[in-house]
Design a protein around this ligand. Sequence first.
Ligand SMILES: Nc1ncnc2c1ncn2[C@@H]1O[C@H](COP(=O)(O)OP(=O)(O)OP(=O)(O)O)[C@@H](O)[C@H]1O
Length: 278
Amino acid sequence: MKEQKGQNETPQPDGVAIRVENLHKSFGELEVLKGIDLTVRRGEVVCVIGPSGSGKSTLLRCVNLLEEPTSGSVTVAGAEVTDPDVDIDRVRRKIGMVFQAFNLFPHLTALENLTIAQRRVLRRDKAEARRIGRANLGRVGLTDKEDAYPAQLSGGQQQRVAIARALSMDPELMLFDEPTSALDPELVGDVLAVMRALADEGMTMLVVTHEMSFAREVADRVVFMDDGVIVEEGGPEQVVAAPRHPRTRTFLNRVLDPAAAHVGEVPDGGPHDARIDR
Ligand SMILES: Nc1ncnc2c1ncn2[C@@H]1O[C@H](COP(=O)(O)OP(=O)(O)OP(=O)(O)O)[C@@H](O)[C@H]1O
């Protein structure tokens, strides 16, 4: 993978995309993260699961310094973001963030939502930004929606525009914070199918999710967090299917619904296949 090295950026050995070491985060008296160690390698899909309030979102927000850790270190794409001398905006450009809320500009079309940051942040000219935006709308199965405004799109389509927007910035890795939680159940599968296609393309992904089917079927590694610590981590065949720790078992017994819908199948034509777009 092409890497740009800058001030305070050092190559990471062994293809490491994210390294979190002894991370602590408190809000006042409340200690939310209590010494997290986590490594995500390039091309890996790591899902973080756990009860509400266990610190999953805070962990993700510390990775791109939306929250400042109380102590510990976080290295992303070769830069230690917890080093105060690091240019955090430069590092953030390498990270695609997808949140529960889509945060699209309501007065801009889908394509314009994809081009604005490319032009402002990456200084791409209009034609180039539109070309790249269109290609990424294609990746999420929304080629025919480039002129639609967010209000004219379903929640699932809006989230796919948000994913396409992140992809248009050529991220080295993507962070997803419960990207399907705000969606009607029938729209969840389309978004998960797009995420699954990205995983198949080799995108590095750190995903906080309540979608156990995604964790089970797509993740290379599943991390179970509870009360600010990582209780158990390993392949989905272990953590989801045969958890060792009683706290993991208790959590999974509560959330696993055997009747839950599975992740949408990746269409034969891959992410460009129109069948993703219903
Ligand atoms: N900015 C903040 N100020 C104060 N407390 C916060 C802040 N952000 C998070 N918290 C608290 O930290 C704890 C962990 O929150 P966090 O959102 O990381 O949990 P989570 O595991 O992602 O939960 P959920 O699955 O419900 O999203 C919660 O008790 C929350 O109220």
